[in-house]
Design a protein around this ligand. Sequence first.
Ligand SMILES: [Zn+2]
Ligand SMILES: [Zn+2]
Length: 306
Amino acid sequence: MFELTFLGTSASAPSVHRGLTSQVVSYRDHRFLIDCGEGTQRQILISGIGFRRLNRILITHGHLDHILGLGGLISTFSRWEAIEHLEIWAGPWALERIHDLIYGVVLRGARPPVKIDLIPIEKGTLLEDNNYRLSAFPVSHRGPGVFGFSFEELPRHPFLPERAEELQIPPGPLRKELVEGRNVTLPDGQVVTPEDVLGPLRRGTKLVHIGDCGKTNNLLEVCQNADGLVIEATYLSYEAELAHQFGHLTAQQAAELARLAGVGHLYLTHISRRYRESEVLEEASAIFPNVTVARDFAKYEIRRAD
Ligand SMILES: [Zn+2]
Ligand SMILES: [Zn+2]
């Protein structure tokens, strides 16, 4: 299960009700801040999620409405927040701009307050452990090096407590051993193998996050059967020409992608002040009913459909 918190959901400039783009994905002990538009640190405060362990930042691309908040955030970390190490992952062009912001504007020769790693993203796996994998894939938007992110729980064999009861395996360390794939010997001498208490392999939850985006035909495969898809919907279809011109999507295009890819739930963000939220929702839900137009501070749990 992944937890998704929207911190800012506005396109290009903030509005009275929406801050600039940023969201947090949480999974077990991991937290990922995705994009960091201007004002993100205040959004973090209001949301109540806190700064702890918020040391991994993924940047979709280098446009200012997605990175300017990094300056303030790093300046704050230098004063009072207990983060020792910051990782910022982005495409090479975005990373160059972020480097200029941090070292040319914020620090200007001062020693970084925390260890800052600027890590270039390439397509493929970024991080993984025994439970999940985070990977990046290219997205078409204005400019080079734009990426989307896929969070996937690794497939696993579910533990079957009723089988464990039948075999009289006491709750506790013996069950843990079996879940971790090792044979155990019960107090009566009987040997139990993991296969005795584990069910057939089951896929994990999948959450796909795409920021600004101009076309969807190259995204179908990566979005396939995602339980949650976050994607921009900057325009409505009556202004599809403008959307095309600026490398953005209409709500209709985003919904069509969700429908074709068999997505569980669609979350639309990067909402323009040009439209009312209800218009965006109406256009998308006509094509794909399981859709939410994200609002600042909204929190969602993303779970496998079955
Ligand atoms: Zn943007
Ligand atoms: Zn952009």
